[in-house]
Design a protein around this ligand. Sequence first.
Ligand code: NAP
Ligand code: MG
Length: 478
Amino acid sequence: MAKLEYAPAPESRSVVSLRPSYGLFVGGEFVDPVDGGAFKTISPSTEEVLAEVAEAGPADVDRAVAAARRAYGRTWSRLSGRERGKYLFRIARIIQERARELAVLETLDNGKPIKESRDVDVPLVAAHFFYYAGWADKLGHAGFGPDPRPLGVAGQIIPWNFPLLMLAWKVAPALAAGNTVVLKPAETTPLTALLFAEICQQADLPPGVVNILTGAGPTGRALVEHPDVDKVAFTGSTEVGRLIAEAVAGSAKKVTLELGGKAANIVFADAPVDQAVEGIVRGVFFNQGHVCCAGTRLLVQESVADVVLTSLKRRLATLRLGDPLDKNTDIGAINSAVQLERIRALADVGEAEGASRWSAPCTLPDRGYWFPPTVFSGVAQTHRIAREEIFGPVLSVLTFRTPKEAVEKANNTPYGLSAGVWTEKGSRILWMAQHLRAGVVWANTFNHFDPGSPFGGYKESGYGREGGRHGLEAYLDV
Ligand code: NAP
Ligand code: MG
């Protein structure tokens, strides 16, 4: 199958108007940081500087938490659920109206293909706000007692892989339940959170209900440690998750942690090969593999391993890597130089440990951060590429003979976020789902998300659930 040549089809950037610099969003307005720091955010596909953003220091964290506390006591916690719902519905509708702008900005700042930000991220963001808007006046029917109370001020910290979607997962349920928030986006992807701040203004959200503090790790730490924060919600690495768990231990703060993963995608001999191959591609090459629940360990039944691998390589050779704003692009840029270095280093370890490495033939652009879709076969369970999260477009292939062996290998990981099963047999799907220690098990599909279904992990993948009715519990005093 030769790679089809497509004429360039770039999405226009003109829908986005970037300011040269951004302040912090505190108490309903953009303000200069007290401590005065700033940093630049770039487009990882070109290394072009997009804007300068403020770096929040401890005094800014103080100010934002105070604004959130005031808004909590004076307005937000006093509004009826129906009134809160109205604001959330309004935000959801504005997100839909400004969907193209949000998608283009997300792609610029993050490097992900416009196809994904336009068709996956932003529609899911709107869906989350619609979903939780619907809960705001029905909390008494959510199974947490007749009149569940909010927690207060939530400090929320999110990663760079789905910047706006992770914001939605955190902000929508918090607000629906009656909390106010201070959110810190990741250092490399602050821009859609700042556009979201503008959307809050446009929706006339009472000042201080949502506060956005841009910054890096130390800003996050100051937020976690702030004594007037009632709830900490974190999505990111297991390493930082551990630091946060230590920081809040012994305090009255509630905490939810959504951490890493090393999911098994399990293909049985009776699965339709072409369909499974599409699922493998979606499982690990979606969003350049910057996905915590990515299906990074392919477990394929021995009798079909060769067929599946041949078919997979043929399919990967057709993927188009390049300009993320081009509507035909399948694989965008790696989010940062640091992340690219991590991926390279672990891939090199894979080779050194004896696995055999294959990369899809594609030309990498000269500027920006790029890594080709890569498959390692002959991987043993002891190899680091079978155990550690690579968080890039790299698949490790292992084989199994029996369902029991598949389960043992799949569960042989410190993580437990997700898994996939490909088979024609319904009874086998149910048996596997029962035995896999993973928060989400997809059957004959992968990486499907819905605001109504809870998401979260076992073991080192963290604790607490986001999404669905379960996602409310994390923001209620139950
Ligand atoms: P990370 O280094 O843990 O960063 C996550 C967030 O925490 C960022 O906003 C980061 O700020 C901030 N941060 C860093 N150090 C901190 C500290 N000491 N205290 C408080 N906050 C701190 O993770 P990442 O490399 O950005 O993201 C990749 C990881 O996230 C992967 O392991 C992935 O599996 C996980 N992830 C999990 C889920 C899930 O739902 N389970 C979803 C997406 C990603 P800066 O970015 O500015 O440094
Ligand atoms: Mg950026």
